[in-house]
Design a protein around this ligand. Sequence first.
Ligand SMILES: Cc1cc2nc3c(=O)[nH]c(=O)nc-3n(C[C@H](O)[C@H](O)[C@H](O)COP(=O)(O)OP(=O)(O)OC[C@H]3O[C@@H](n4cnc5c(N)ncnc54)[C@H](O)[C@@H]3O)c2cc1C
Length: 315
Amino acid sequence: MGAFGDRLALELSSAMPGLRGRLVANAAMSDLTWFRVGGPAEVLFSPVDEDDLALFLSRCSLDVPLTIVGVGSNLLVRDGGIAGVVIRLGGKAFGSIDIAPDGALSAGAAALDMRVAKMAAEAGRGGLAFFAGIPGSVGGALSMNAGAHGVETGQVLMRARGLTRSGELHDLTSLEMNFSYRRSEPAIDLIYTSAVFATTASTIAGERAAISEIEAVRASTQPVKTRTGGSTFKNPPGYSAWKLIDEAGLRGFRSGGAHMSQLHTNFVINDEGATAFDIESLGETVRARVFAQSGIKLEWEIKRIGEFRDGQSLK
Ligand SMILES: Cc1cc2nc3c(=O)[nH]c(=O)nc-3n(C[C@H](O)[C@H](O)[C@H](O)COP(=O)(O)OP(=O)(O)OC[C@H]3O[C@@H](n4cnc5c(N)ncnc54)[C@H](O)[C@@H]3O)c2cc1C
């Protein structure tokens, strides 16, 4: 992809005078995901603000594939890398968090969920403590309807704001986001730039305690400080993915440089220099074995993006 990345970056920058954000050819995606694997992005674009992103989108040919990423806590980038442009919003322009007098909390799409929880807590506002357990960004939470401890993003969202592929700005209500379990299907596809969340009246002490409890539960039940993508598979209706994996005898099951966590069987851990292909193959083996054992087909929760390297193919 090397020469292609340089050429595309040059083509884009010459077609977009006035663009302020950085275009980086052949950018290492392995530095931008929790799994720390995967090939490069042909071009990585980091807009400096919403206007810059709108300019880029309005001038970028529809032939150029675009991929938007957050902080990569739910992503597996394949070893062949990602063709076209990967857009990643930086925390400087897209990371602000503000709380209005009525308690509505506005956050940029690159703000970390954890910071959203903590800012709400320090303002004595409730309802957002669940975000303390999710290591993603607001953009990822909107896209994935991220949830934990019985609350999902869709339940607290007032509106999301974003840009279409051609650079038009839109606001969507929570209803228009069409949320379901770990999914949003809005009528218009957007690159989210910010969101507004509802909060409830609470106390600083109460919210701090709620966050501490969430952090303690996480630390004891999940391998949070490892190279992982969180829950690998969605819970099938009426079942827990971790239990199905456990019942299939796959706790600790290893293949290539990765294994199913001992602590939480639905987490894949990259602990021995796995490739993305190792991780995806392990996941597919787990799906096949769970199906053979239970007749239930696990659906991937982790987003697998990009291309296989030459010679790689899943059976
Ligand atoms: C240790 C660990 C624990 C986890 N626990 C939970 C949990 O309890 N609950 C839970 O729901 N998830 C959990 N996750 C998964 C993950 O943190 C969430 O899915 C999170 O919302 C992903 O956010 P992100 O910024 O990392 O997005 P990424 O992983 O970078 O991307 C995920 C998806 O969001 C899209 N996206 C990202 N930003 C934008 C944007 N600005 N506009 C449009 N689309 C965008 C991407 O295109 C992609 O499809 C966990 C992950 C880890 C590693």
